[in-house]
Design a binder for this molecule. Structure first.
Ligand code: DSN
Length: 434
């Protein structure tokens, strides 16, 4: 939903940016957005981002700043910290990390020195995140990494994790994922960490909203440190929060964020995080999160009914992974790109237990999520229709090697008709529906 008072101001100064904003707004209205880490922020969240808090510098923390003029920013940051603590049931919160990668790096550098620390986390190609120790991320270059994986049922085998942890003895044991459709066993991870003397870190970026709304179990009783981005299921602006359980940890984390890794906090983002947290307290938001899960389950049931290979057989949360090579003899990238041509937006993704041909840039799967469609007010019926549209599209994609210059489609006429159906479904719902 465009803010009709702000937009003309952009147009007056910069017609190029104005056009891009309008085009992106239309794209988000007309397409079916299924990337599980994306959402539609509310008009109130977007309004908070555009406030005068963007003008203020404030390195430091409330009442300990390096700049004067903090009468409102100190109150703002304190208020948002208190909201985060209350909603997630942790005694300490830092709301300054700029996004998920800096938040995770802050935690690692709070507790370990570069080239002298050990992290154990889920492999990238089984659903872990780049910042959980991938060799191409600084986290994999600075720290010794041992990655655990999923078993042949695409599930994390806690006994295997335990054995690996006893051998590797990590300083930090990471759980919480970017492409894992099942419930995270926070208790199990905390028990393993206790045996090996590790700190537990749960990166709940994807499921933060579900946790806030009680649609996924909370890490609070078990996990030492929690990081999450604020723009996925939580539906806020692009930012991050770090939660911790004791004063010593909280002090180390605060120091790692500032002055360790960052300069001045982005107060307009912090204001928008505050608005999103206030929204997350409402019953409407709690119902929204329950519906996200129902929608993802409806979608995975429908894919199962149509004979697709849904990894782990289904989902407990907001996302599902389809092994399209096993299901349709197609590579994930070809499917994701073809779906975009009809207005269905997802991402190609690695899947566990894939074929030997799988590579990060050439994976066997696609990843789909329901947070954005659910924000629009769509329910199980629309998920069924969406799966039908995806299925029709996939069945129209040519398998095997396609010679350069040749079309990916079996039948061109079908493409236009699917695109029209996608647009009709998408535009019959608003982009933000409470
Ligand atoms: N966490 C990634 C995603 O899930 O899309 C982004 O870093």
């Amino acid at each position: 939903m465009l803010d009709q008072t702000i937009l003309p101001l952009i147009k007056e100064i910069d017609s190029q940016i104005f056009d891009l904003v309008v085009n992106e707004e239309s794209r988000q209205h007309e397409q079916l957005r299924l990337i599980p880490s994306e959402n539609y922020a509310s008009p109130a969240v977007k309004a908070a981002l555009a406030t005068s808090f963007t003008n203020k510098y404030g390195e430091g923390y409330p009442r300990r700043r390096y700049y004067q003029g903090q009468i409102n920013t100190d109150k703002l940051e304190t208020l948002v910290v208190e909201r985060a603590k209350e909603i997630f049931n942790y005694p300490y919160a830092n709301v300054q990390a700029l996004s998920g990668a800096p938040a995770n790096l802050a935690v690692y550098t709070a507790f370990m020195k570069p080239f002298a620390g050990k992290i154990m986390a889920l492999k990238l190609d089984h659903g872990g995140h780049l910042t959980h120790g991938s060799p191409v991320s600084v986290t994999g270059k600075w720290f010794e990494i041992s990655s655990y994986g999923c078993d042949e049922s695409d599930l994390i085998d806690m006994e295997a994790v335990r054995k690996q942890a006893l051998e590797f003895k990590p300083d930090i044991l990471v759980c919480g994922y970017t492409a894992y459709p099942r419930t995270v066993d926070f208790k199990g991870f905390s028990e393993i960490a206790a045996e090996v003397g590790a700190i537990t870190l749960a990166d709940i970026s994807h499921i933060a909203g579900l946790v806030a709304a009680g649609a996924h179990p909370s890490p609070a009783p078990y996990i030492d440190v929690v990081t999450f981005t604020t723009h996925k299921t939580l539906r806020g602006p692009r930012g991050a929060i770090i939660l911790s359980k004791n004063e010593e940890h909280a002090k180390l984390i605060d120091k790692a964020v500032f002055p360790g890794l960052q300069g001045g906090p982005h107060f307009n983002t912090i204001a928008a995080i505050g608005v999103a947290l206030e929204e997350a307290k409402t019953d409407k938001y709690k119902n929204y999160c329950q519906q996200i899960v129902k929608n993802a389950q409806a979608m995975s049931n429908e894919f199962n009914n149509k004979g697709y290979h849904v990894t782990s057989g289904g989902t407990d949360n907001h996302l599902l992974l389809i092994d399209v090579r096993k299901s349709s003899k197609l590579p994930g990238k070809r499917v994701a790109r073809s779906l975009e041509k009809v207005g269905i937006i997802c991402n190609f993704n690695t899947v566990p237990n894939a074929s030997k041909r799988q590579k990060p840039l050439y994976p066997d799967g696609i990843r789909l999520g329901t947070p954005a469609l659910t924000t629009r007010g769509m329910q199980e019926d629309e998920m069924k229709t969406t799966v039908e549209l995806i299925d029709k599209t996939i069945k129209n994609i040519r398998t095997g090697k396609i010679p350069k210059g040749e079309s990916v489609w079996k039948n061109h006429e079908l493409v236009d008709s699917i695109e029209t159906e996608v647009k009709k479904l998408a535009t019959s719902f608003p982009t933000f529906e409470w």
